[in-house]
Design a protein around this ligand. Structure first.
Ligand SMILES: C[S@@+](CC[C@H](N)C(=O)[O-])C[C@H]1O[C@@H](n2cnc3c(N)ncnc32)[C@H](O)[C@@H]1O
Length: 504
């Protein structure tokens, strides 16, 4: 490989049959669809990725791709060269007018009476203009914002655009078609005609790398569970038609009952989103998760979601995310008796949390209160439905009965972390490590929590432990309580880590 800094011109020498294979390979790993009519785009994108990675010969790079799974570096380079990350603040004025005047005010009113909590996910957020626009709207609409727990998550497959999102500095081009009041109120002028978001506004949004084609969501591991609103605009239009229902099914599972999905106008479809109810809304393709309809479905009606088979695919988790216990964590608990539990576990694994909950609660046996396995599953159902107070009660109950189970303590840590009770989450993680000093994700989560609180030396210590623990493990091994995160993927994430330098 030559020095990427020299940017040698890549030569194009990719045959049509090879482009066909590459198209299938890339589709499997990224969801991005390149039919024959778009082979020229695919070839250009691969040539650019090859050049960015320092290959002189795009054909040789393309050939190498076919003989292996895509590495993180390939995904980064291809994501940048094969997708259009173009966006701007308040893109599509009609959609934002609807969000500002109708959707968000209704959501806020519904939550004002109870827990003041909102969870919003911008999936395929590019350089962050979309989630920051939502943050600006929430600031305008919620006068007592400080009393609310607001989560705005922006995810994208392309780490380069996410780095720009986290920096929050934009050129004039990001403000085309943006209402005039936005810039003076929410941005600081910087040199070279650039504009930087007010620091407090940056803090309202967190970013993580997440490939929507991967089966890693919803999960409290990457904070993609219990969403009130998911906005995924101008992303699925690049996906193969057959793959879109898989993504939408996962979005469905990631929404709370009554939660809503906003798509781009060109992505609207009545047929492929049959799990979600279309809602008439001016200028917006809007869908609602109907809790009642989901509850009415019988277990016998349930069919496993179809998964496309990618022979070489490796499930990749969200990068740079908070580590929380994942969906299937409770299956690691000892297996007991009872069909209700087995049924509930199946429903839970399929993302049907409300039904799993109903199944568990319908069981007459008082055992459900004392069986740590059932109480733990109840806790996970509640957590995924965004009912965190209930989740914590159930988890505390399970821990009280089974004090020496690190799985339950890790689950408890995840719930506390979501409740933004970081210090208590750290205590729970200490219990995990007391009981299981080799619990990789407990170290990883501690590192993230310490870093969040700017305790960089503690964060570094736990990251060093993670590296040590990963050193001699099989790269393909899935880490316990990780939702499918493999040793090699976590190692890749650590390699990308840029440890900060400030200390407490
Ligand atoms: C045109 S931008 C959309 C930005 C914003 N949502 C909007 O509508 O203005 C499309 C974004 O989708 C991202 N993307 C493409 N494939 C993806 C995938 N498989 N997973 C996650 N993000 C993906 C691209 O990296 C790009 O930043």
């Amino acid at each position: 490989m030559s020095d990427p800094g020299n940017k040698p011109a890549a030569t194009l020498d990719i045959s049509d049959p090879m482009l066909q294979q590459l198209s299938e390979h890339i589709e499997c790993r990224t969801g991005l669809h390149f039919p024959r009519e778009r082979f020229a785009d695919l070839e250009r994108g691969i040539a650019k990725a090859a050049r960015d990675l320092g290959f002189r010969d795009a054909g040789a790079y393309a050939e190498s791709l076919l003989n292996r799974d895509l590495h993180t570096a390939d995904l980064e380079a291809l994501a940048g060269s094969l997708t259009i990350g173009e966006t701007h603040f308040f893109r599509d004025p009609g959609a934002f007018a609807f969000l500002e005047t109708t959707l968000l005010p209704e959501l806020i009113a519904a939550r004002r009476a109870g827990h003041r909590r909102l969870r919003i996910w911008s999936a395929g957020c590019a350089a962050g203009e979309e989630p920051y626009s939502i943050a600006i709207l929430l600031h305008r609409l919620i006068p007592d914002l400080g009393d609310w727990h607001i989560t705005i998550l922006g995810t994208d497959i392309n780490p380069k655009v996410l780095a720009r999102a986290a920096a929050g500095i934009y050129s004039e081009w990001s403000f085309r078609d943006t209402p005039a009041w936005v810039k003076p109120r929410y941005f600081l002028n910087r040199s070279g005609g650039r504009h930087e978001l007010q620091p407090w506004l940056k803090l309202m949004v967190s970013f993580a790398c997440l490939n929507l084609a991967d089966d890693v969501y919803p999960s409290i591991l990457n904070n993609t569970n219990a969403m009130d609103l998911i906005i995924c605009r101008n992303v699925l239009l690049y996906f193969a038609q057959a793959r879109i229902p898989q993504v939408v099914r996962r979005f469905h599972s990631a929404l709370v009952d009554g939660g809503q999905l906003v798509l781009g106008a060109v992505e609207a479809s009545q047929t492929i989103f049959s799990e979600l109810t279309p809602v008439a809304a001016p200028g917006v393709a809007l869908y609602r998760k109907n809790g009642a309809a989901t509850l009415g479905t019988t277990i016998g009606d349930f069919s496993e979601p179809h998964q496309a088979v990618c022979p070489t695919a490796v499930r990749s988790p969200a990068v740079g995310t908070q580590a929380h216990p994942p969906r299937e964590a409770i299956s690691a608990l000892p297996v007991g008796r009872g069909n209700a539990f087995a049924e509930a576990n199946t429903l839970y694994a399929a993302g049907r949390y409300r039904e799993a909950l109903a199944t568990l609660l319908a069981g007459k046996s008082p055992q459900r209160k004392t069986d740590p396995r059932a109480a733990g599953l109840l806790a996970q159902c509640y957590a995924n439905l965004g009912e965190l107070a209930e989740a914590l009660v159930c988890c505390d109950r399970a821990v009280a009965v089974s004090r020496t189970d690190p799985v339950l303590h890790f689950l408890r840590a995840g719930i506390l972390q979501e409740l933004q009770r970081d210090e208590e989450a750290l205590l729970a993680l200490r219990s995990v490590l007391f009981l299981d000093p080799g619990h990789v994700l407990a170290h990883f989560t501690m590192a993230n929590l310490h870093r969040r609180r700017n305790r960089m030396s503690l964060a570094s210590k736990h990251l060093a432990n993670v590296r040590l623990l990963l050193a001699n493990r099989d790269p393909g091994e899935e880490l316990p309580q990780s939702g499918g995160l493999t040793v090699s993927r976590l190692s890749g994430m650590l390699a990308q880590e840029k440890e900060g330098t400030t200390d407490e």
